[in-house]
Write a protein that binds this ligand. Sequence first.
Ligand SMILES: Cc1ncc(COP(=O)(O)O)c(C=O)c1O
Length: 386
Amino acid sequence: MDKPNIKPNIINFSSGPCAKHPGFDVKELESALFGRSHRSKDGKSRINKSVDMMREILKLPEEYLIGIVPGSDTGAIEIALWNVLGERGVDVLFHDAFGQAWAKDVINNLRLDDVKMFKAEYGDLPETSGVSKDRDVIFVYNGTTSGVKFDNLDFISNEREGLSICDATSAVFAYDMDWKKLDIVTFSWQKVLGGEAAHGVMILSPRAVKRLDRSIPNWPVPKLFNLKNADGSLNRKIFEGDTINTPSMLCIEDLILALNWAKSVGGLDGLMKRTESNLQAVTDWINTSSWCRFLAKIEKNRSSTSICLEVKDEEFNALPLEEQKAKINEMVSLLEKEKVAYDIKSYKDAPLGLRIWGGATVETSDIKALLPWLDYAFYQAFKGKV
Ligand SMILES: Cc1ncc(COP(=O)(O)O)c(C=O)c1O
């Protein structure tokens, strides 16, 4: 098989940190508020500008709060769990490595005794019919490590008493989020926006605010995680540009750049079209592939951001796992050496395969240029097949 002669322009296909937006130029960050306090008038105004832009692009209902918190998405979701849980039983849904991590938090760290698990294997979604409207529910919207997303949130009742708590880090800015079903949503800029990591974002519905005004955590909450005032009510200032601790003003400026780009491609609708087009390019290729398939079993649940693939070739799958791993390693090193793709191996705890980021910052032309190289790399690693 001949080596393809076209290479992607941008070869960053990692699922986090993800590719910077097209046209990103680090020089445009020179105006960041270096050496200035985030609590100064200017500092606060940049933070609030970024928050207002996120709100506008996400079409967030006016009554929802949005704030920046420490610790990237992990920080945001754990801050939520540590501040709100304990009032009632919890249903934890998981279909990927991160959902499993939040389940461990609830059981091993917070030690809640009334927890129900709804688990799915990689490639599937959990069965949701037993999710109770009276309990809190925790779930990952888009399994970044499994390439499986929820296509609707019908399992969350509009009459719920519990809170729906959603880690949506690889979903926000890629999908139309059904806000009325969501009480706490977390994400980080490093995914669909191609922003920087280290900061997380937390969105709260009015119901979540009410819970936070009355919840009394039954465990220690460090200052870094604390969303509350001394009297136990929600510290609303965190959602008005007053961060818990010091954010990076450089990251805030980088976020504003990414959001300006997002607006320039048509806002949320434009971002969604871009990621859908990336998935379509991979789908067209998969439909004719003799050796590769999606890890996600059901088409409507295929993620368009973290596109997870596995080898379907029977001879390959008959090899001992160690040899399969060696072949995949060979493929990804070849693609890296040829300067065609970085970081496309499947997540360490997920089934062996490839994972290509298809979020909005990746150009469809780059995905299209990559695909023939996957055939070539498979052919090289597994001689004569394709
Ligand atoms: C679904 C999900 N949750 C949480 C995380 C952790 O994100 P962060 O490293 O931004 O804390 C990731 C990272 O890939 C993820 O995919």
